[in-house]
Write a new protein. Structure first.
Length: 239
C-alpha cells in the first residue's frame, strides 16, 4: 500500500535504473540499484558521491523525467500519495506544477522573454495573481543580485552566472512543498551562494523539503540535514 509517514514529503524505495544503448546494439548499462531514502518537511537531503555515480539520474527520476526500472517514488499530495514511478504524463506534469519545483544546472526558456516575466510566470503557475507574481519575481531577482536594468531583457543575452540566478529565482518563485536542486550554485560567486543558502533556510523554516546536489562542499555542509552517499547504490563498477 502506498503510504507516507507523518511529515514525509518524499520516499524513494528500492529504486533501480538501467539505460539501454540503442546505438550500441541495445546493450544495457546498469546505473543504480536499490536506492532508498526519505525527505521530510523542512529537511534538506543532499545526494553525494563522485561524478558519474548517478546523482543526477536520481533527481531526474524523482522529477519524472527518467523512467524507473524498479522501485517506488512516493510523493505527498495533501491526503493522497502519488507514485511518480507509475504515474502517467498528465499526473507528472500536474505534480510539477503544484508540488515539485526544480532548479537545473542550465536555464532553458523561450527566447525573447524577459527575465522578470520568466520568474513571474513560474509564480503565477503556482497560484499567485499577476501583481503578486511580479512582486515575488522582482524580490527574488533583487536578492540574487541581478541588476534591475537586466530584468526586462531575455536571459539568452546574460552571462552564465546571471542566467543561473534567473534559473534559481524561477525555481523558488512558486509555492512547491518539495524543491529539487541540481548543482544550483556551481556558477555563482560567494555573495550569491550565500543568497541561495538564505533562500533554502527560509523555505525550510516554512516546511519546504529539498532534495539536492551541490558542487560546493561548503554549501553542502551549511544546508544539508542529511547526506545520502549514492556510491553505495551505484552499479557503475558492475557495468
Amino acid at each position: 500500500m502506498n503510504a507516507l509517514h507523518a511529515n514525509e514529503l518524499l520516499r524513494v524505495e528500492g529504486l533501480s535504473k538501467t539505460f539501454t544503448l540503442h546505438l550500441h546494439g541495445g546493450a544495457r548499462l546498469p546505473v543504480l540499484h536499490g536506492v532508498s531514502f526519505t525527505v521530510a518537511a523542512g529537511e534538506c537531503v543532499v545526494l553525494a558521491g563522485p561524478s558519474g555515480v548517478g546523482k543526477s539520474s536520481i533527481l531526474k527520476m524523482a522529477l519524472g523525467n527518467y523512467l524507473v526500472g524498479e522501485g517506488r517514488i512516493l510523493v505527498a499530495d495533501g491526503e493522497r500519495v502519488i507514485d511518480l514511478a507509475r504515474a502517467d504524463a498528465r499526473e507528472i506534469l500536474d505534480a510539477r506544477r503544484r508540488i515539485i519545483g526544480y532548479v537545473s544546472q542550465f536555464l532553458r526558456v523561450i527566447p525573447r522573454i524577459g527575465a522578470i516575466d520568466i520568474v513571474a510566470a513560474a509564480a503565477q503557475e503556482s497560484g499567485l495573481d499577476r501583481a503578486a507574481a511580479r512582486e515575488r519575481a522582482a524580490s527574488l531577482l533583487a536578492r540574487l543580485g541581478l541588476p534591475e536594468r537586466l530584468w526586462s531583457l531575455p536571459p539568452a543575452t546574460f552571462s552564465g552566472g546571471e542566467q543561473q540566478r534567473v534559473n534559481i529565482a524561477r525555481g523558488f518563485a512558486g509555492r512547491h512543498r518539495l524543491l529539487i536542486l541540481d548543482e544550483p550554485t556551481a556558477s555563482l560567486d560567494a555573495a550569491n551562494r550565500q543568497a541561495v543558502i538564505d533562500l533554502i533556510a527560509e523555505r525550510k523554516a516554512r516546511g519546504t523539503g529539498f532534495l539536492a546536489t551541490f558542487h560546493d562542499e561548503d554549501v553542502r555542509l551549511r544546508v544539508a540535514d542529511r547526506v545520502v552517499d549514492v556510491s553505495r547504490f551505484s552499479d557503475r563498477e558492475a557495468a
